[in-house]
Each structure stands twice: as C-alpha cells, then as structure tokens.
Design a protein around this ligand. Structure first.
Ligand code: F6P
Length: 354
C-alpha cells in the first residue's frame, strides 16, 4: 500500500464558510497520524506556481471560527492545460506531496480526478454554499449562507411591515434553488421562485393582492439567482404594478458567502476532513466525501460528477457507458429523491403562505 509522507490541502472555486474548519481537520488528522502537511495557496494555481507552506498544528489554530479560507481560493484555467498540469506535478515531486485533499465544487473535483490520473492521490471535500453537489445531502457552507440570508431577510421584513411593502430578495445558488427554498420556509416568505420548478406568477400576484386587502402588510418573495440577472428586478416591477403594493428589490449576492461558520458547517467540515484523511491513508483516492442521511461516506468522484450531470440534465453521449445497470438505477433514484425534496419544500412554502 502507498505510504504517505506528506499530504497537501487546497481550497478552490467559490469560498464557503466552514472551509477553514475543514482545513484544520485535515491538517490535524494527518499530523496526528504521523503524516506531514503542506498548505497549498490559491487552489490549483498554488500548485502550479509552487505557492505552498509546510504546516504545523499551530498553522491551523484559531481558524475554525472564521469565514473565508486561510488558503485563499482561485479558479485556475491554466490547470486544465498540459503546461499547468506538468508544473503542478513538478511541485508535488519537489515537496514529496503524495496526496491532496481538495475543497470546493465540481470544478475542483475534476482537477482532483486529473491529478489522481497522474499518480497523486486526491480526495475532494464538497465546499460550496450552493448545495449543488448531487451526491451529498449537504455541502460545507450551505447552512451558514442560509443563516446569513435569513438574518438579512428578517430585517427586510421589519421595514416591509412598517411601510406595507413587498421585498423581492435574490439569493445566490448558481443554478440550484436549495438556498432560496429553505430560506423561504425559514422566513415565512409569501413566494419563492427557483430554476428547477415552474412558477405561477398570477397566483402569487393574487395571493399578495388578497392578503393585502385582508390587512397583511409585509411580503417577502425570494428568487434564486439561477433565474437570471434581471428576473428579480422585473418581477418586483410587475408585483408593484399588479398589486399596488410598493415593492423593492434586494440582491444579497456575496454577503451570504462570508461570515462566521455555523455549528452545523463546522461539524460537517470537521467530520468530512477527518474522514478524507483516513480514506487517503487507507490507500483510497479519487473520492468525494459526502453526507448521505447524516452518515459521512465516500463516493467515487467520476460517479459523483456523472450523477450531477444526470440531475442537471447535462448528460453527454457515452457518459453512462462505464457504469453498471445497478449504478445507473441508483443514480436515477438519487435524482428522483432530490427532485421530490425540492418539490416538497416548494409545496410547503405555497401551502403555508396564507
Ligand atoms: O458557487 C458559489 C457562488 O457564490 C454561486 O452561488 C454564484 O453563482 C457564484 O459562486 C459567484 O461567483 P463569483 O464569486 O465568481 O462571483
């Protein structure tokens, strides 16, 4: 079995609260197992440009409670080229890096797969506020982002109540509506619009009109950014015009990507980070660590990426060729479960918005 002398940690793609807790867990778990650790800065860019630092246990002290990522983050188009990969492999050789734990989203996992194919064992940790990695129920950062969003939306509700207004609030999530749906429930929103489901605008307008006539003063409508950059503002204009309720648009944007990580994100990141190191040291690689039914487990990265494409209706010809019938059925069931969950959350918002 491969003997690990040193492992590297990097964070890549959009940052997410809880990444630091993951970095700490990976570093401490490795060092406690007698393996040296290097921090790789700015994602795969740091590997290409040899921006790495040997870590002691103290290098990850006092970070568990901070947002962002002490290793910084970047997206690296250069890493997709042969030149970039050669430079990254040279850095691994120079520092005797035998394995890497990469924290990020699907782009990060594709990089990890490429490195694994070149002999550097890699494990991915799902770090993104979007919760858009189909193989895992929760990603690191999702919970904190939603907690920040509901705090902001609760404030908007206060001022809506004073002025008898409607706030249309756009939340991040890339193409996924998870943040929008869950924050809509938690803030008692009147409506929510997500890219995954069709939206009955006439019903929302009618709901606002009749509720206002019956004395309701504040209205919150949450829209996911995946609907497009103008959707929220245009909807705001239409709501005001059609209902007579003064309406304002607010885009929370990157605000929800920062801030002190929640207990749930710290716990998830820590459990996943520790698990990742144990997987690496047990000789396994090319895996993404997932939370499925509150159990931390490992899923093959190729499987996870194709499952993602299946869920997002982006399968390419031949994508399923290397999987067994059972695996394909399992993927279809996972997609169906996720869709059912989204539909159920949506139904809850619309049932309770009386
Ligand atoms: O993936 C995290 C995320 O914040 C998405 O919600 C959003 O669509 C995107 O990243 C924004 O990217 P950037 O930080 O490059 O503006």
């Amino acid at each position: 079995m491969k003997v690990f002398r040193k492992i590297g940690i990097l964070s890549s793609g959009g940052d997410a609260p809880g990444m630091n807790a993951a970095i700490r867990a990976v570093a401490r778990a490795a060092i406690s197992s007698g393996v040296q650790v290097v921090g790789i800065y700015s994602g795969y860019e740091g590997l290409i440009h040899d921006d790495v630092k040997d870590f002691t246990v103290r290098d990850v002290s006092n970070i568990v409670n901070h947002g962002g990522t002490v290793l910084f983050s970047a997206r690296s188009p250069l890493f997709k080229t042969k030149e970039g990969m050669d430079a990254a492999l040279e850095t691994c050789r120079r520092h005797a890096i035998d394995g890497i734990v990469a924290i990020g989203g699907d782009g990060t996992f594709r990089g990890a797969t490429d490195l694994t194919a070149h002999g550097v064992s890699c494990i991915g940790l799902p770090g993104t506020i979007d919760n858009d990695i189909t193989a895992t129920d929760y990603t690191i950062g999702f919970d904190t982002a939603m907690n920040t969003a509901i705090e902001m939306i609760d404030r908007l509700r206060d001022t809506c109540e004073s002025h008898a207004r409607c706030s249309v609030v756009e939340v991040m999530g890339r193409d996924a509506g998870d943040i929008a749906l869950q924050t809509a429930i938690a803030t008692g929103a009147t409506g929510v619009v997500v890219p995954e489901l069709s939206f009955d605008e006439a019903a929302l307008i009618e709901k606002i009109r009749t509720s206002r006539a019956l004395g309701k003063r504040n209205f919150i409508v949450i829209v996911a950014e995946g609907l497009g950059s103008t959707f929220g503002e245009e909807l705001t204009t239409r709501i005001e015009k059609e209902t007579g309720v003064e309406s304002r648009f607010a885009r929370l944007a990157h605000v929800i990507r920062g801030g002190v990580p929640s207990l749930r994100d710290r716990l998830l990141a820590t459990r996943m980070g520790e698990f990742a190191v144990d997987e690496l040291l047990a000789g396994r690689s090319n895996e993404v660590i997932c939370d499925v039914n509150n159990e931390i487990c490992a899923v093959d990265i190729d499987y996870a990426l194709i499952l993602d494409r299946m869920y997002k209706n982006k399968l390419k010809e031949g994508d399923l060729d290397r999987f067994t019938k059972e695996q394909i059925a399992e993927m279809q069931a996972a997609c169906a479960r996720r869709r059912a969950n989204i539909e159920s959350l949506y139904a809850t918002v619309n049932r309770l918005n009386l």
